[in-house]
Design a protein around this ligand. Structure first.
Ligand code: SF4
Length: 468
């Protein structure tokens, strides 16, 4: 990511931010409204911070809910449902629909890190933080840790999984940047996922470089929280859609775009980004969302337990660990032994790695057959973003559906909707692969496309098995 050239911008001079003519497109006016109503947005952001802290901390003062207690009968259960049953599925869906507006307009960690960095030590960003593997490493670490501590079912685990990133955001904000969101740019565990899903958003802040250069008036002061070089911005992956640049130099406006446009226009895709997609989301993420209650996980456990000479493993079955390492709530009949923890770790990391490899191999072969200089496996992997986005929304909403059904709702319309979304995501992915391979000679095109379809089919099969 290139850094903005606005950090040393001269002090703001009085200038009237442009207002658009009512005949201008509605989206452009919405973008401008975001810029003009920064105080209102700050009020909303701090309200979200207050609600977030309340639902994170207040349930700790209450006892564990009884078995079968309803969502509305217990603040702990309600908070869990709010975070994992409502919040996360909606946030993931919003990435596909409006880009990273959650990050720029609502995220409590983003709000706090930006606020504290305005009064912090303003250090320069250390080199280690710029390592491109952080998005994948943070995503995998939080996904695996979340499963080990039972994040969906137990509030103390939620406190750890959400609270630790919040502390990280505060510390990073205090140490680095001047009113910028350094945490969000480099270390946020969701950064890699959000950057990939927002590629499909049908909205973007469009930059007109010719207008930018031709602008002769005094522009208003521009502060881009994720330090984007706005003048050259081509994609929504890094943009937090905060709207602060809307109308800058008459060259930036919120505008519609085709959902496939960013993926098809991106030619240089980094390996780190592709690995985040294949290993972080489709490998580890898929297994994390499907292992619970699955036949294959039970089979793996019994196969491991029956290995010859597994006396050491038998010992592991007798011990548990503290709740902040492994699920340990005897009062709720939920205790993972060390053996359970080992199985889960192996399934998520080794199994996630093998699944990622199985998805990567056909893509690698497809690009080898295509033999087209502009088509790397990294680029072809982006065709899987739609199906990955749909599975994230489906996987995270499993918790929502389960609890609504426990609450007495039949939700008969949910399975057809899930199947429809899965089919739509899969077809969109196939169509993207088709478009990317369209440049290839006809004789190579068909085998390359058939190979590109294999990962989509594999993901579809895993989810059909889970959902039906
Ligand atoms: S480019 Fe920067 S300032 Fe403009 S909307 Fe995106 S995050 Fe906000």
């Amino acid at each position: 990511m290139q850094e903005s050239n606005f950090s040393h911008f001269p002090p703001p001079r009085p200038s009237r931010p442009p207002t658009r003519h009512p005949a201008q497109p509605l989206l452009a006016r919405i973008g401008d409204a975001l810029r003009r109503h920064q105080r209102l947005i700050a009020g909303i952001q701090w309200t979200v911070v207050a609600l977030y802290l309340f639902f994170l901390l207040a349930p700790l003062l209450l006892p564990l809910p009884h078995e079968g207690e309803r969502i509305l009968g217990s603040l702990r259960k309600f908070a869990q449902f709010l975070f994992w049953g409502v919040g996360w599925p909606l946030i993931m869906a919003s990435m596909l629909l409006v880009g990273r507006a959650w990050c720029g307009l609502f995220c409590p960690d983003g709000t706090m890190t930006e606020a504290i960095s305005q009064r912090g030590r303003n250090g320069s960003i250390p080199r280690w933080m710029r390592w491109p593997g952080w998005p994948c490493a943070m995503l995998v670490a939080t996904t695996v840790y979340g499963q080990m501590v039972g994040v969906y079912d137990f509030h103390p685990a939620t406190l750890l999984l959400l609270g630790l990133p919040t502390l990280g955001a505060l510390l990073t904000g205090f140490l680095y940047g001047r009113g910028r969101r350094i945490w969000c740019m480099y270390l946020c565990p969701a950064n890699g996922v959000f950057a990939l899903l927002s590629k499909l958003a049908p909205l973007h802040f469009r930059v007109d470089e010719a207008k930018w250069k031709a602008y002769r008036d005094t522009p208003f002061r521009l502060v881009c929280p994720p330090l984007i070089d706005v003048r050259r911005m081509q994609r929504m992956s890094d943009c937090h859609a905060c709207g602060r640049c809307s109308g800058y130099r008459d060259a930036i406006e919120l505008a519609p775009r085709a959902p496939q446009s960013e993926i098809l226009a991106t030619h240089n895709v980094g390996t780190a980004e592709a690995v985040t997609l294949l290993f972080g989301i489709l490998g580890v993420g898929t297994l994390a969302m499907t292992w619970h209650g699955s036949r294959w996980f039970a089979l793996f456990q019994s196969a491991l337990a029956s290995l010859p000479g597994q006396g050491g493993l038998a010992v592991l079955q007798q011990y548990a660990a503290p709740w902040w390492l492994l699920v340990n709530y005897p009062q709720a009949n939920a205790v993972f032994t060390l053996f359970d923890g080992l199985c889960l770790l192996l399934v998520l990391l080794a199994g996630g790695g093998m699944l990622a490899l199985a998805l990567w191999l056909p893509l690698r072969l497809a690009t080898a057959i295509a033999a087209y200089a502009g088509l790397s496996w990294q680029r072809l992997s982006l065709a899987l973003v739609p199906v990955a986005g749909v599975t994230l929304v489906l996987g995270l909403s499993l918790f929502t559906v389960k609890h609504l059904r426990l609450g007495g709702l039949a939700l008969a319309w949910v399975p057809p909707l899930q199947a429809g979304l899965l089919a739509a995501g899969g077809l969109f992915s196939l169509w993207l692969a088709w478009r990317m391979l369209a440049v290839v000679a006809a004789i190579r095109w068909l085998p390359a496309l058939a190979l590109s379809a294999l990962p989509v089919a594999a993901i579809g099969a895993i989810w059909l098995e889970k959902l039906f």
